[in-house]
Design a protein around this ligand. Structure first.
Ligand SMILES: C[S@@+](CC[C@H](N)C(=O)[O-])C[C@H]1O[C@@H](n2cnc3c(N)ncnc32)[C@H](O)[C@@H]1O
Length: 236
C-alpha cells in the first residue's frame, strides 16, 4: 500500500485515489490488520430502537460485527467521504437485505445528522485518516443526545507521560509508528485519546499492542485502543 502513489488536491481526492484500486480486496486484507472492531461493537452495547452512525464506515464491514444486534437498531447510517468505499457498502447492504442500514457520502468534519440527535456514533480506524480529527470528534459530540455513546477503535501513540492509568510506550514506538503510517496518509496522534477522555465520560478503554499481520519476522508491535465514552447527561 505504501508504494502506491496517492494523488489529489483535497482529502477527498486523495482518499479516492488511495482506495479506488484496492476496495475489492479491502475486506480480505484488513481483516487481520484492523482488529478490535468486533470488541468495539460489543462494548457499545446496542439497544432496541437506537439510531447509530458509523463514521468513515469504509465498506460497511462493521455491520457484520453487530450480528443479531443489528435488528435492534432503528437505523444505522454508514457515512464515508469516499465513493468507491460506499459502492462496496451499498453492495453489502443489498446482498444482505438489511432494511435499517443506509449510506451517505459526507465529511466527518462537517456533517450533521439528518433527523436530529442520535444515540451512538463510532469511528473504526477512521479518525487517524482525518487530518482535522478534532473537528470530527466535535461534530460527533454535537450530534449525540445527552447520554449518547461514542466508540472509537484505532492505532495511536501515547504521550511520553500518559498518566497513571494509561499504557506507557517506548520512545521507539512513539517515534516509529507515526512515520510508518504517514506513508499511507494515516496520522497517529498522541492527543486523540486524551481528547476523547476530555470530552466524554469514559465507559471502557482497552489499550494494547499487536504484531503486524503478514510480516512474521517484524518484531515491532502496533499500539491500538478501543474506547467507549458517553456524552454527559447534563450536556447541551
Ligand atoms: C481505514 S478506513 C476504515 C474503514 C472502516 N471503518 C473499517 O473499519 O473497515 C478509513 C475510512 O475513513 C474514511 N474517511 C477518511 N476521511 C473521512 C472524512 N473526512 N469523512 C468521512 N470519512 C472519511 C475513508 O474514506 C475510509 O473509508
Amino acid at each position: 500500500m505504501a508504494l502506491r502513489p496517492v494523488r489529489g488536491d483535497s482529502d477527498a481526492e486523495r482518499l479516492e485515489s488511495f482506495y479506488v484500486k484496492q476496495v475489492d480486496a479491502y475486506d480480505r486484507f484488513r481483516k487481520r490488520l484492523l482488529t478490535g472492531r468486533d470488541e468495539l461493537m460489543r462494548a457499545m452495547n446496542p439497544q432496541e430502537g437506537e439510531e447509530w452512525v458509523d463514521m468513515g464506515c469504509g465498506t460497511g464491514a462493521n455491520v457484520e460485527f453487530l450480528g443479531d444486534s443489528l435488528s435492534k437498531l432503528k437505523k444505522l447510517s454508514l457515512i464515508d467521504l469516499t465513493p468507491s468505499m460506499l459502492r462496496i457498502a451499498n453492495k453489502r447492504i443489498a446482498e444482505n437485505g438489511w432494511t435499517n442500514v443506509v449510506t451517505k457520502q459526507d465529511d466527518a468534519t462537517k456533517w450533521k445528522p439528518d433527523d436530529g440527535p442520535i444515540d451512538a456514533i463510532l469511528f473504526s480506524y477512521s479518525l487517524t485518516m482525518i487530518p482535522d480529527w478534532f473537528a470530527a470528534v466535535d461534530r460527533a459530540y454535537e450530534a449525540l443526545k445527552p447520554g449518547g455513546t461514542i466508540g472509537v477503535v484505532d492505532f495511536y501513540i501515547a504521550r511520553k507521560y500518559p498518566g497513571k492509568k494509561r499504557m506507557r510506550q517506548s520512545f521507539s514506538t512513539r517515534w516509529f509508528w507515526p512515520i510508518w503510517f504517514s506513508l499511507d496518509n494515516l496520522f497517529l496522534s498522541n492527543d486523540i485519546l486524551p481528547y476523547l477522555s476530555y470530552r466524554f465520560e469514559e465507559v471502557s478503554l482497552i489499550e494494547r499492542a499487536d504484531r503486524l499481520p503478514y510480516c512474521p519476522v517484524f518484531w515491532k508491535k502496533m499500539p491500538r485502543f478501543v474506547f467507549v465514552g458517553r456524552k454527559p447527561l447534563n450536556a447541551k
